[in-house]
Design a protein around this ligand. Structure first.
Ligand code: HSE
Length: 303
């Protein structure tokens, strides 16, 4: 099976644990079921020499989780991963690994088990813990994800063609677990209302009215609480927003996502970061991915 999964940016400012956007930057994976039991993983690119190459590999665990949910014994597996999504930067690399696994399982069990969209989302969310990265990785576009009776559901929307994402990736990493530990147990009611208004507006801005993106990307639920753990991210976002660019923390950080309202705005934002950054930040001008993860069978000879 050959699987392709997009990077994702979650939260998008006010949509904490809810909104996510798929970005045209892809991890690719080939999975072969083999007679010999166990898992044999080869990693190229990002994570090479770092991520586990045995049964504890996150992609293998995700395939195993999907097989177990279907009550089908796991075959031996040979995996070859070609990764470009940076790890620990807030661009959905763990979600992409999990989605690669459940999509590979869907392909391997085609005709035996029906993995529909909601089942794929549930399997991926079981492992990721929250649905806001795995939903856009699975389905593409802009996704709204929510939990209903402990089950994740989603709505996919197409983004306005003017919306032009620009991501800045630093060399340092941020742990999602650490970022989540900085969140308070409760927030002031007025802050909750603030985010309800901005998050609602953000859906309209991304789908219909990109000129509203600066106002629509304000947030009081997570970014301030985490700012001390990623000071340069916070400073650059403040400078970008002060100059009129709709900049937010990408996921749990430390990357920055700028939701430019037209492609030309990206060059000016990239120049600002080049002028003001103290460390190295890689700018990535990415399109929105509208398809989400794909899986297809390849001939052994062609793989
Ligand atoms: N919504 C999540 C967070 C995304 O900000 O903690 C990171 O996985």
């Amino acid at each position: 099976m050959r699987v392709k999964v997009p990077a994702t940016s979650a939260n998008l400012g006010p949509g904490f644990d809810t909104l996510g956007l798929a970005l045209a930057h892809y991890d690719e994976l080939t999975v072969t079921a083999v007679a010999e039991p166990g898992a044999f993983v080869e990693v190229h690119g990002v994570g090479e020499g770092e991520v586990p190459t045995d049964e504890t590999n996150l992609v293998v665990r995700s395939i195993a989780h999907a097989f177990e949910s279907a009550g089908v014994p796991l075959p031996g597996l040979r995996l070859v991963a070609n990764n470009v999504i940076p790890h620990g930067r807030g661009l959905g690399s763990s979600g992409a690994a999990i989605v690669s696994g459940v999509m590979a399982a869907k392909g391997l069990l085609d005709g035996i088990v029906d993995f529909d969209a909601e089942r794929l989302l549930a399997l991926a969310t079981d492992l990721e813990g929250h649905p806001d990265n795995v939903a856009p990785a699975l389905f593409g576009g802009l996704t709204i994800a929510w939990m209903s009776n402990r089950s994740p559901l989603h709505k996919k929307l197409m983004v306005h063609r003017g919306v032009s994402p620009l991501v800045f990736v630093p060399e340092h990493v941020m742990s999602t677990a650490l970022a989540r530990s900085l969140q308070p147990e409760s927030v002031p009611h007025e802050d909750a209302v603030f985010n309800v208004s901005r998050s609602s507006l953000l859906v309209a801005a991304l789908v219909q009215s990109p000129e509203l993106l600066l106002a629509a990307t304000e947030d009081k639920l997570h970014q301030n609480y985490r700012a001390g753990a990623m000071p340069e991210t916070n400073r650059l976002i403040t400078e970008l927003r002060g100059a009129g660019f709709p900049a937010v923390v990408s996921g749990a950080g430390p990357s920055i996502l700028v939701l430019c309202s037209d492609p030309a705005q990206r060059l000016a934002a990239a120049q600002l970061v080049a002028d003001r950054a103290e460390s190295r930040w890689q700018p990535l001008m990415l399109a929105v991915d509208f398809l989400g993860a794909t899986v297809h069978r390849v001939d052994a000879d062609a793989s």
